[in-house]
Design a binder for this molecule. Sequence first.
Ligand code: PGA
Length: 252
Amino acid sequence: MRTKIVAGNWKMHKTLPETITLINELKSIIKTDNKVEVIIAPSFVNLSKAVLLLHDFPISVAAQNMHFADYGAYTGEVSADMLNTIGVNTVILGHSERRAYFNETDDILQQKAEKAYEKGMLNIFCVGEKLEDRTAGKHFEIVKNQLKNALFNLPKQAYKKIVIAYEPVWAIGTGQTATPEQAQEMHKFIRETMAKKYGYDLADSVRILYGGSVKPTNAKEIFSKPDVDGGLIGGASLKAKDFNAIIEAAKS
Ligand code: PGA
């Protein structure tokens, strides 16, 4: 039995005052239970405050990225230790916006995934094809290679702390979501790919989230698919009411 996860990726949204307001709203309406784990990923500068505000509430705080080095001359970057020591033990890696706008390659992501494992962080690892890949019928191959190149060097035990997020690039922020069938088809493929590499027990235990224009209106149907274990939510995670409705959809 895989516990569902609903994670909110706030991207470059919300100033400090806005972060405080949204977290307080979330605390007042979200009813957490053991059916769903809730995570939010505010901007780096607001992570400490988010951790403080949530010390008495079961929402975990994640970073949207981190560097693979322990420390050093990497202007503008943030290390795993910096995150861990402020109480942030979860990181989103390989988001398509990082891949597209900040040139994050599979090679870089492999190093980041290794660092997350070494430092005991929960790694929400994003994969997903572009529209042209899907049109060309290459979506399975692309996703398989993203997994293989960045994660398949890791030992089995690393997967206790890995969650995969399937986010078709054409569905992110576009309002065009994958159909529940398209999501299920890819999630099943991801699980089979994991099974071939690591065995069925491991593949069966790994949670696979769907991301890309998840909204209160479509969440329930997407989450009802057998291989969909929750969602990585962008735009709709910025409104407490919508995010809460998506969390509720994951419970049913
Ligand atoms: P979206 O973003 O929900 O706004 O499409 C999802 C994501 O990028 O994680």
